[in-house]
Design a protein around this ligand. Structure first.
Ligand code: PEP
Length: 252
């Protein structure tokens, strides 16, 4: 059985005190209310990680960073390495978010290196992929997203690939309030699972968690999560409100 996951992505929001308050609320609600076995993850900015870790340690909530540098260490002022993240410790790292692809020009090739350094350090990549509206309107969305997987992940051994979490996030649905319909999400998730099966076999594909991201809210989570190939969500805006975020996790 693949793991059901609801991961929050705070992006560049919350000062330290706000992050601590939000984390405490989420941890308390998850501990008290969540009984469906969903793995809840908080994706925090780097400055929050050590404080948040103290609050999540020993609870059902896991911790994620939002980025990592691809090199082991060295003269990369302002960057954070996988070994640093491991030492916090965090368990997950979001990579390849469309905002990083767009504003920081992260390519599929660069992301392949980030995947490698994370796996080397026993950190779980949450690998984001997704198409723009123009690509969808041209009807090339499945091919485009499959190619993102191929160029960043398909160099991995079967054992390494089986550690990856995938987050399909159509760019046109991120932060826009426009959610992909359940049918659109299911179409892509099934296509990705079939594409993974072609390369790594059906068992690995069946065990890969594929999350949907893009304006997930308490009002639409249940319908999206009911899709057979949607294994949870990567949640931006709604992860900044503890009640909404935990209600999303409870939607399974
Ligand atoms: C995201 O940041 O990954 C995201 C999906 O954002 P939002 O939920 O706000 O659309």
């Amino acid at each position: 059985m693949r793991q059901k996951i609801v991961a929050g992505n705070w992006k560049m929001n919350n000062n330290l005190n706000e992050g601590i308050k939000l984390t405490s609320e989420v941890v308390n609600m998850v501990q008290d209310e969540l009984t469906n076995g969903v793995q809840v993850i908080l994706g925090c900015p780097f400055i929050h990680l050590t404080s948040v870790q103290k609050l999540t340690n020993g609870t059902k909530v896991a911790l994620s960073a939002q980025n990592v540098h691809q090199e082991e260490k060295g003269a990369y002022t302002g960057e954070v390495s996988a070994t640093m993240l491991k030492s916090v410790p965090v368990q997950y790292v979001i990579i390849g978010h469309s905002e990083r692809r767009e504003y920081f020009e992260e390519s599929n090739e660069l992301l392949a290196k980030k995947v490698d350094i994370l796996l080397k350090n026993e950190l779980i990549p949450i690998f984001c992929c997704g198409e723009s509206l123009a690509i969808r309107e041209a009807g090339n969305h499945v091919e485009y997203v499959c190619n993102q997987l191929k160029e960043s992940l398909y160099h991995l051994s079967t054992a390494d690939f089986s550690k990856i979490v995938i987050a399909y996030e159509p760019i046109w649905a991120i932060g826009t309030g426009v959610t992909a319909s359940a049918a659109q999400a299911q179409e892509m998730h099934l296509a990705l699972r079939n594409f993974i099966a072609e390369k790594y076999g059906q068992e690995i594909a069946d065990n890969t968690s594929i999350l949907y991201g893009g304006s997930v809210k308490p009002a639409n989570a249940q319908e999206l999560f009911a899709c057979p190939d949607v294994d949870g969500g990567l949640v931006g805006g709604a992860s900044l409100k503890s009640r909404d975020f935990v209600d999303i996790a409870k939607s399974f």
